[in-house]
Structures are given as structure tokens and as C-alpha cells.
Design a protein around this ligand. Structure first.
Ligand SMILES: [Zn+2]
Length: 265
């Protein structure tokens, strides 16, 4: 009933119903796909949407995704603005326009439905749309009965507060989670795994956190990375943990453009 048709690093789950529902559009094996009437996007990171434009061209599906993720996917100026804000806050040097052009997807030849939550009626399937932020701002889970498609919950994260809410949601679900990477697993089990990873990562940040701009903490956690996309994602996560530590009273942040972090305890 549910097949993985991903042909690259990420999973593409395909519901083998007559209308054809595909979850995410990484690189896929076309010969294993029947009809595709719907594409449900868990988030818009490059590795999960690389075949979206081609699939839209070929099948003319309805594409459903979170409004924030679709904006980042389609609006290159908005994406560039966000990248610039992250780089500026972190005190890092990054060509936001070049990176945004590299990772955005051209306009889709498809109907696009923006949904942050609620229910979507997909002919043969009634899907519950659940906010699952943390890995990206608009990350979305899709639940069909005892199955929930969760996309990517792993590092690097953009918001620890959202991630914590997502893990609470998954802990309470009696469902098998189909992730964007790896094998299906009980939703509760997946939540526990990510919770463990979160604890270890927070510890690493506490060791690394430095007085000064966030980029210094990022360099300590990730090492120097030359690849702009990986660098950007590292900066996003660093800001997320600094935000968490501000809430916990571990650090203070001052400065209106670039954050100046100072350790309190
Ligand atoms: Zn991702």
C-alpha cells in the first residue's frame, strides 16, 4: 500500500491508491510511480523537493504544503531576505541572493494549496495536516489513520521550542511514523530517539557557547564548513539553541543587527 519510491538520499512515500498520493518529491524512480494526483510536502529543503518541478510538469498534481514552506520554495526574494537575516544575526558572511537562487524551485505547473493544519480530503484518503515544526519553520506531518508521514525531524533544527511541541505530539500518537530518512518506526519510538539527540546536542552547544557573535559558537559546534547551504543551516541551528538558552537564562543577547551573546551562567 505504501511504497518508498525515493531514488536518492531521501524517502518519497507513495500511497498506491488510484488517485496516487506522493509524500515529498526528492529524486524518485518514475518507473515505480503510477498516477500522481497529490503531492504532500513535509517541508521545502532542497533534498526533499528536487523532482517537484518535473513531477508537476508531468502529472499536474495538486501540491499541498505549509504556507511558510511554500513561500520559501517559490519566492526567491523572501528566501534571500530570510537567509540575509539569519547571516546578519549570526554575524556571518554569506551571499544570500546567490544561495536563495541555488535552493529555490522555479514556479510550478500545478495547483498549490497552502495548509498549515486541518483536514485535506484527497478523494480516497482523508488526511490530517499537523504542524510539525522544528527541523524547518513550517515542517508538516500528514496522518492517515495509523500512519503518519513526518518528513525530517533530524538536525540541524531551526526552533527548539517547535521541535519540543512536535515531539510531544508524536509521543501521543498511536501510529507508525514514515520518515523522510530511514525506516518506518513507531511515532513514540521516533520521538524518544529525537529527544535523546536533542539532549546530546544541547550539551554540545553548552560546551561551545562563546561570548561574542553566534557564528563563533557555530564554528565550534560544526567546524568550519565552506559549503554555503550547510553553513547557513548550521547558523540557523545555532540561533535556535541560543534562543533556547536565552529562555533558560543561560545566556543574554544584545545588539539589534548581529547578536552579541554573553554567558550568564
Ligand atoms: Zn530537511
Amino acid at each position: 500500500m505504501i511504497a518508498n519510491v525515493g531514488a536518492g538520499k531521501a524517502n518519497a512515500w507513495y500511497l498506491e491508491v488510484a488517485s496516487g498520493v506522493l509524500i515529498d518529491a526528492p529524486s524518485v524512480s518514475l518507473e515505480r510511480l503510477g498516477n500522481v494526483s497529490y503531492v504532500l510536502l513535509t517541508h521545502s529543503h532542497v533534498g526533499h523537493v528536487e523532482s517537484l518541478a518535473a513531477l508537476a510538469q508531468r502529472y499536474r498534481p495538486i501540491v499541498i504544503g505549509n504556507p511558510i514552506e511554500l513561500a520559501f520554495l517559490q519566492d526567491v526574494e523572501r528566501l534571500a531576505k530570510y537567509i540575509r537575516t539569519v547571516a546578519k544575526r549570526a554575524g556571518a558572511d554569506l551571499d544570500a541572493v546567490a544561495l536563495a537562487k541555488e535552493i529555490h524551485v522555479p514556479p510550478l505547473n500545478a495547483r498549490v494549496y497552502r495548509m498549515g493544519s486541518g483536514n485535506a480530503d484527497l478523494l480516497e484518503a482523508d488526511v490530517e495536516v499537523l504542524p510539525c515544526g522544528g527541523h524547518s519553520w513550517g515542517s508538516t506531518c500528514y496522518r492517515l489513520g495509523g500512519v503518519v508521514f513526518v518528513g525530517d525531524l533530524g538536525r540541524p533544527w531551526v526552533s527548539i521550542r517547535s521541535l519540543t511541541s512536535t515531539l510531544a505530539l508524536l509521543r501521543g500518537l498511536d501510529a507508525v511514523a514514515y520518515p523522510g530518512h530511514g525506516e518506518p518506526v513507531e511515532a513514540r519510538e521516533l520521538a524518544l530517539r529525537v529527544q535523546g539527540e536533542l539532549r546530546n546536542t544541547a550539551r554540545k552547544y553548552l560546551e561551545c557557547i562563546a561570548n561574542g557573535p553566534p557564528v563563533e559558537t557555530a564554528d565550534c559546534v560544526f567546524g568550519r564548513t565552506a559549503e554555503p547551504y550547510a553553513y547557513f543551516r548550521a547558523l540557523e541551528e545555532t540561533l535556535a539553541f541560543i534562543g533556547l538558552f536565552v529562555e533558560e537564562g543561560v545566556v543574554k543577547v544584545s545588539g539589534s543587527g548581529t547578536w552579541k551573546v554573553s554567558r550568564v551562567r
